[in-house]
Write a protein that binds this ligand. Structure first.
Ligand code: FES
Length: 148
């Protein structure tokens, strides 16, 4: 059911952890399954992603997706990174079962949220994020806050 690549990234996830004083941080969640993903970016003055780390509290596919997504954007410019789609993550993993597609969407969204955070802090525009809504997962956050 799961490809070798998915199992590999699930068992040995790359780039796990957090970056202190990250230039961009994005956190997203899926209200249905309750999984949470956080992405940290270290970005240099040329807008190149020098380092990326993730923390995922979620299913195996979410862990594999975030691990693969961090590898795919490492060393890329923010303009290239913003183009990463969940489809590209799935392809790089050699496929995901249909019920697990949303796990890869979480990875795409977490990266976009981190890039959005970076753009806000630097007061720059990143093409492709014009319509990005950082509060798209508001229901999720309300849900979390409601339980605090
Ligand atoms: Fe929700 Fe995988 S089951 S992220």
């Amino acid at each position: 059911m799961y490809t070798e690549k998915v199992m590999d990234h699930f068992r040995n996830p790359r780039n796990v952890g957090e970056i202190e004083k990250a230039d961009g941080v994005g956190e997203v969640g899926n209200a249905k399954c309750g999984d949470i993903m956080k992405i940290y970016l270290k970005i240099n003055d040329n807008h190149i992603i020098e380092d990326v780390k993730f923390q995922t509290f979620g299913c195996g596919s979410a862990i594999a997706s975030s691990s693969m997504a961090t590898e795919l954007i490492m060393g890329k410019s923010v303009n290239d990174a913003v183009e990463l789609t969940n489809k590209a993550v799935i392809e790089a993993l050699g496929g995901l079962p249909p019920v697990k597609v949303h796990c890869s969407v979480l990875a795409e969204q977490a990266i976009k949220a981190a890039l959005y955070d970076y753009a806000q802090k630097k007061n720059i525009q990143i093409k492709g994020l014009e319509d990005f809504n950082p509060n798209a997962d508001e229901d999720f956050h309300d849900h979390v806050h409601g339980e605090e």
